[in-house]
Ligand binder design. Sequence first.
Ligand SMILES: *Cc1c(COP(=O)(O)O)cnc(C)c1O
Length: 412
Amino acid sequence: MTNSFNALKLAQEQITELDLQLLKRRLRVTQSPCDTTASIDGRQLKTFCSNDYLGLANHPDLINALAQGGQKYGVGSGASHLISGHSAAHELLEKQLASFQKKHIPKVRALFFSTGYLANLAAITGLARLSQRGDLSIYSAKLNHASLIDGVRLAAAQMSAAVNLFDHTQLTSLTDLLKKDTKSLKLIVTDGVFSMDGDLAPVKALLQIAEQYDALLIVDDAHGFGVLGKQGHGILEQENIDSDRIIYIGTLGKAAGVSGAFVCAQDSFIEWLIQKGRPYIYSTATPPAIAHTLLKSLEIIAGEEGVKRRAQLNQLIKIWQDEMAFSEWSKVSSCTPIQPVILGSNANTLMAAKLLDEAGYWIPAIRPPTVAPGTARLRITFSANHSADDLRQLITTLKRIEQEVHQKVAHD
Ligand SMILES: *Cc1c(COP(=O)(O)O)cnc(C)c1O
């Protein structure tokens, strides 16, 4: 036995290097359910960092539904969907998820996944396999979520596809590239709501481009599902979009408060993913009790309570837009519950996160590679369980902390 071998030395050295660059991340253990306060290390912190936008993660009706689901279906699915793991609860959930998009995608069908990461890998690599090797191009928004990026990379490697990145705020370069593109299959891939900035993708404009150049449009609405649209159906409802070439992906661990994800598309695309989507085929089905719980969650999202919860979120967004002003740090223009504050340097962002922690708030520093170098930030998110007072107290605290960070930096 050796005490130190090469791989181990590399791991230790590289972790030290991350630490020196202020890029080492750390896990914090919570002792409480996800809500607007968290119990950590024996302290109570107010949280403004989860993606539980509607405040459903600790909702009593969902807790009951999970217990009932366990009684009815047991705890494990036992196998992948195509073997024996596809239960009546999964089937019903897929029907409900599809009904949310029926005005927006003709002949729509939904496919349920255990995570959004997996759904994105499956959708992109699966659809890529509609083409022959070398006959595919993929256009991916620069600020897409890591799971879309990884799906694109895997699909590109498997199919020898050309990958082009585009700026979602400036689509002329995308059109210029598509004009010259002679590949028989083209995929345009975008976040619906950009996860670190909170702004919306120009889905209507992208759809027009997709139609003009015969591309498919894949929209990952992880942060829009449950939040956008009168009924919470997501970005397609909000933007009043209807198209047969949209592949809509939503996740269910954020606003829906539980876990999982889904792909909605025309029946033929879904049937193809069931046949060829390897991350779908070769993974154990989510416990049916989770699907059962999600049915309750969808009921809340589309019902009166969902409408009220979205109204509360919109009130919080308005307060933030009207009342939060920094002298040096910058806000991002966003109409969603994701409201980042850009500080720029990793050190200042870590300092701000630490001062927030001392003031009783949990808002972690978001650093590269999650965001571009030089754009480290506090990613502030709202939940419908936050009150206007909660937010106003945060605003007061942030204004004070901005001054403190400036004074400390000036003294160094
Ligand atoms: C969170 C997120 C995912 C991943 O979803 P999980 O269910 O957490 O795996 C995918 N896309 C975007 C844009 C996300 O923010």
